[in-house]
Design a binder for this molecule. Structure first.
Ligand code: NAP
Length: 305
């Protein structure tokens, strides 16, 4: 694989950035990788494990001379980071991000964009419940989708280059409008996370069960909820605060369906329940057929630790 960017700067050195660093090395697409994280502790860890070629002590120094800058911080921090690095961005550079929400990030970052810098937001649909610089691995993006969200007037060559970069990291790419992205993700990721958080919270409230049976017999269903509910609290707080409308819309629909199922149980309407579960089972099959999960009992997650 040949180099796609001579210098790539990663701002934020958590799960996504560290996975990108490993995947970039695997593919040989970056000449030099620089990195910055807010805390000295994270920067020290990154240096210790050799995550980047250079870990800098300021965001501005990190992006100076970079051809691609990727913001890998929580969604709520994107605007402040963009403001900080803007004066140091090289003319002709591409600025991108990996935020789980797109409209709010674009609104927060775009006003700081200097003339001559190409802003191409993106979102790799891949993750685990782990965070920090040690949690990344090169295969995270393999066979996953990375959604690219070009802006009005985006330079097509810059967009195509970023798509090629994500493909080299193992992902499939698609282009999507920011609002549509936020609605799709509210359905596929944001609302399910909130439901998992709620379910684990409910089980925890029933303390007497939590201490024994819920943990011991958690293989069926609940164990997966606890895995999802272990995801980073800052990241997920920011997701909900910044994808408010779409998440509330989906949760409204969810609540209506839940009440309908609750009523079917109360009145003993087995036909309703059976028809509903038959429809949802078909959706699971189509996800497997699309290659987005395996039907292995561990959902193919064992390698993600
Ligand atoms: P993470 O492992 O928690 O890492 C976050 C990084 O951002 C850390 O290096 C942290 O630095 C830094 N940071 C936090 N607040 C900052 C601030 N105010 N200024 C500068 N740096 C700051 O997070 P992640 O899972 O990689 O997520 C990063 C982004 O990717 C988020 O926008 C998230 O929405 C998106 N994303 C996540 C997933 C997922 O499943 N995890 C999937 C796709 C996209 P310190 O360590 O020094 O605190």
């Amino acid at each position: 694989m040949s180099r796609i960017y001579e210098r790539v700067a990663l701002i934020g050195l958590g799960l996504i950035a560290s996975s990108m660093a490993h995947a970039m090395r695997r593919a040989g697409v970056a000449g030099e990788i620089t990195g910055f994280a807010r805390s000295a502790e994270t920067r020290d860890v990154a240096r210790e494990i050799g995550l980047c070629d250079r870990v800098c002590d300021s965001a501005a120094e990190t992006v100076s001379g970079a051809d691609l800058v990727v913001l890998c911080v929580p969604v709520g921090a994107m605007g402040a980071v963009a403001a900080e690095i803007a004066p140091a961005l090289k003319p002709g550079a591409t600025l991108s991000d990996v935020g789980s929400v797109k409209r709010a990030v674009i609104d927060a970052v775009a006003p700081h964009l200097p003339e001559g810098v190409h802003f191409v937001p993106a979102h790799p649909l891949a993750g685990t419940e782990h965070s920090g610089p040690r949690s990344g691995f090169a295969e995270l993006f393999d066979n996953r989708w990375c959604l690219i969200v070009p802006q009005e007037g985006s330079d097509r060559a810059a967009v195509a280059r970023l798509e090629g970069f994500w493909q080299a990291l193992g992902a499939h790419t698609d282009e999507m409008d920011a609002d549509h992205h936020d609605l799709v993700l509210a359905v596929t990721s944001h609302a399910p996370h909130l439901i998992a958080y709620t379910m684990v919270g409910v089980a925890d409230d029933l303390r007497r069960v939590t201490d024994s049976e819920v943990i011991k017999y958690s293989a069926a269903g609940f164990r997966d909820f606890t895995r999802i509910a272990a995801s980073d609290p800052t990241m997920w707080r920011d997701v909900f605060l910044n994808n408010k409308e779409a998440t509330l819309e989906i949760l409204g629909r969810f609540t209506e369906e839940l009440f309908a199922l609750q009523r079917a149980i109360r009145i003993g309407d087995g036909d309703h329940l059976h028809a509903y579960f038959t429809r949802t089972r078909a959706i699971r099959r189509s996800i497997i057929e699309a290659g987005q999960d395996t039907d292995a009992p561990d959902f193919g997650r064992a390698r993600q630790g």
